[in-house]
Write a protein that binds this ligand. Structure first.
Ligand code: SAM
Length: 273
């Protein structure tokens, strides 16, 4: 009988956020697949857990995935952890979970903190509906192109960003999205935790004056209803562009309806005509 894979969330800074169940799971499994075994060793040492580890990261996922799967199929139980937060969220794990699911290995989640959800919760922005974008592409053109695609998104948008790319990203956001509200959540749960609730123009100015340090989540307000000025023609063009990218028509019509306020059925039938 195959073993199980446990997807285990670990703290995003403060070790006291390690859950009792995460500790118990890491103590009980036969092995731990870790993004960086040196980082995880520090965590295990802190909690006095001794456990064999295998390295599993984006560059060896294919080869190590097969190895891990064989161990699970032979009856061992394993856990996957990353350097911080929830595996699979802008972190390795997704492929391994899929591989297990395809091969009849049960996958259980041991939930822990995620920087995205933690930042959203303290952002002060709308939490009713939100989208997670993770990291933008570092190249200027690709970054702006993606932001352009997000310009009409009405839901709150969550991004991850590295400190050395923050100024470029804020400038691109201001240029493409206009002067929206943004919350910069920095070093959450750590000593220098800071949550700045401001606007994109002010954020650009702020980080022109001081060097960004630490880990950041950017929570950006979605497009406000009053900014909206779409003609039906423009909405149909948006449907066309999503369909061209391979999105099924019904889904494209639904997305565009949400962004523009036109009815999904109207967009759908006009597009077919
Ligand atoms: N899987 C992780 C999670 O669930 O939060 C995210 C991993 S991703 C590779 C790392 C990014 O998460 C960082 O660049 C930063 O944007 C964000 N991040 C992680 N820890 C953070 C913290 N303590 N405070 C703010 N942002 C954090």
């Amino acid at each position: 009988m195959p073993g199980r894979l446990y997807v285990v969330g670990t703290p995003i800074g403060n070790l006291e956020d390690m859950t009792a169940r995460a500790l118990k799971t890491l103590q009980e499994v036969d092995f731990i697949a870790a993004e960086d075994t040196r980082v995880t060793l520090k965590l295990l040492n802190h909690f006095e857990i001794k456990k064999p580890m295998v390295s599993y990261h984006e560059h060896n996922a294919r080869e190590k995935g097969g190895e891990i799967l064989s161990r699970l199929l032979s009856g061992e139980n394993g856990a996957i952890v990353t350097d911080a937060g929830m595996p699979c969220i802008s972190d390795p794990g997704e492929d391994l979970v899929r591989l297990c699911a395809e091969n009849g290995v049960e996958v259980r989640v041991v939930p822990g903190p995620s920087a995205a959800i933690s930042a959203l919760a303290v952002s002060g922005l709308s939490t009713d509906r939100f989208v997670f974008e993770g990291f933008l592409q570092p190249q200027k053109n690709q970054k702006k192109e993606r932001l352009q695609e997000l310009k009409n998104e009405r839901r709150t948008i969550i991004f991850y960003e590295a400190p050395h790319k923050l100024c470029d990203t804020l400038a691109a956001m201001y240029e493409v999205l206009g002067d929206r509200k943004i919350t910069l959540a920095r070093e959450l749960t750590k000593i220098y935790e800071e949550v700045v609730r401001t606007t994109l123009s002010q954020a650009v100015q702020l980080y022109e004056q001081k060097e960004p340090r630490g880990e950041f989540v950017l929570v950006v307000e979605g497009m406000q209803q009053e900014e909206q000025t779409f003609s039906f023609e423009e909405a149909l063009q948006m449907v066309q562009s999503l369909v061209d990218k391979g999105q099924p028509l019904s889904m494209a019509a639904k997305d565009v309806a949400r962004q523009t306020g036109f009815k999904k059925g109207e967009l759908y039938s006009s597009f077919l005509k």
